[in-house]
Write a new protein. Structure first.
Length: 342
């Protein structure tokens, strides 16, 4: 009997590793392939950065509470975020979209209105793509293309022992936004006359429905003449992304729970409305699309007063593991429990 390995057992990153191991590079122009936030292609003075992401109805979004315009915007933002994570500037996107006959011309126009607003915001050009029919709901796949000088590009695997671990913005809000939307959906299904009450938690809901790529921070790096030693965007949760950085650099890390950034209302909703530990939301929530990066200790002075950067820990020897110091001053292992794709 032919051996069968279930994808659930292999996991997303196990599958990517299997695919990568079977890939042979034939062109010298391919500088960095599978394994980072984006691929890097040699193309003269500026290198080309390419990333692609797919959003599937019923897996990545629920149209019962996701406005089509916001969905179009988010599809662009999550791809721009991957370009930002390489410390590069996005310039173009292509959009591939699969549609069932549930969707009208007006619905498609609404999706593209969101896409066009995001293109304007991030200064990227929509240069092509493909449209096709779909029997499994709405599918949006976007490829983002950026540019950067070779010496500016930042990878996941280049942190050094002693580097300071930093995070932009605040964490956990997108996860709590999703919990609120799912709660309101269930209440609506139980009572269709019920009107959703989202106004008081607008920030959390919008962090889920319309996230922003942190290109502002990348431009700040340019002005400050700062290059992170490693970087990744926080899409699957802080814990998962930190493990990527440490594994790639063959290092360990220590982070401090009381240094992890969380917005005040996010903390209130987590504890009072959902009885969730704050650390769980910040470490494993995902979809914040903030940047997790490391800097040399000598560069601390350049960003110490940045209002949107938190210093959450440092890189250490690999044999010391990846740990978190809790508020109770306990040392615990950091484990990834974020979104599972299979």
């Amino acid at each position: 009997m032919e051996k069968r390995t279930e994808l659930e057992k292999l996991g997303e990153f196990g599958l990517i590793k299997k695919i990568k191991n079977g890939v042979k590079i034939y062109n010298d122009s391919t500088y960095c392939g599978i394994g980072d936030d984006a691929a890097v292609i040699n193309s003269g003075e500026l290198q080309t950065i390419v990333s692609s992401d797919m959003l599937l109805e019923g897996v990545h979004f629920d149209l019962s509470y996701t406005p089509l315009k916001h969905l179009g915007y988010k599809a662009v933002a999550v791809n721009v975020s991957d370009i930002a994570a390489m410390n590069a500037i996005p310039e173009q996107i292509t959009v591939n979209i699969g549609l069932s006959n549930r969707f009208s011309q007006e619905a498609v126009e609404e999706i593209y209105e969101g896409i066009n607003i995001a293109c304007k915001n991030y200064k990227v050009d929509l240069i092509g793509g493909d449209t096709t029919s779909s029997r499994s709901g709405l599918v949006i796949s976007i490829t983002a293309i950026g540019k950067a000088r070779k010496e500016e590009i930042t990878y996941r695997n280049t942190a050094k022992k002693g580097d300071i671990i930093c995070a932009t913005g605040d964490l956990g809000a997108a996860y709590l936004g999703l919990q609120i939307l799912e709660r309101e959906k269930q209440e609506f299904l139980a009572n269709p006359e019920m009107q959703p009450d989202l106004e008081k938690n607008e920030y959390l809901v919008m962090r889920q429905l319309k996230p922003e790529a942190r290109m502002d921070v990348i431009y700040d790096f340019r002005e400050l003449k700062l290059k992170p030693t490693s970087m990744i965007d926080i899409s699957d949760g802080l814990a998962s992304e930190l493990l990527h950085l440490t594994k790639g650099a063959v290092l360990g890390a220590v982070i401090y729970e009381d240094k992890l950034p969380i917005e005040q209302n996010t903390a209130r909703v987590a504890t009072e409305e959902f009885n969730l530990p704050l650390a769980t939301c910040m470490l494993n929530g995902g979809e914040d699309y903030e940047l997790l990066f490391t800097v040399d200790q000598g560069d601390y002075e350049k960003i110490k007063n940045h209002p949107d950067i938190s210093f959450i820990g440092y890189m250490q020897e690999a044999d010391k593991g990846v740990k978190m110091v809790t508020r109770a001053e306990q040392l615990i292992d950091v484990t990834a429990q974020g979104f599972k794709h299979f």
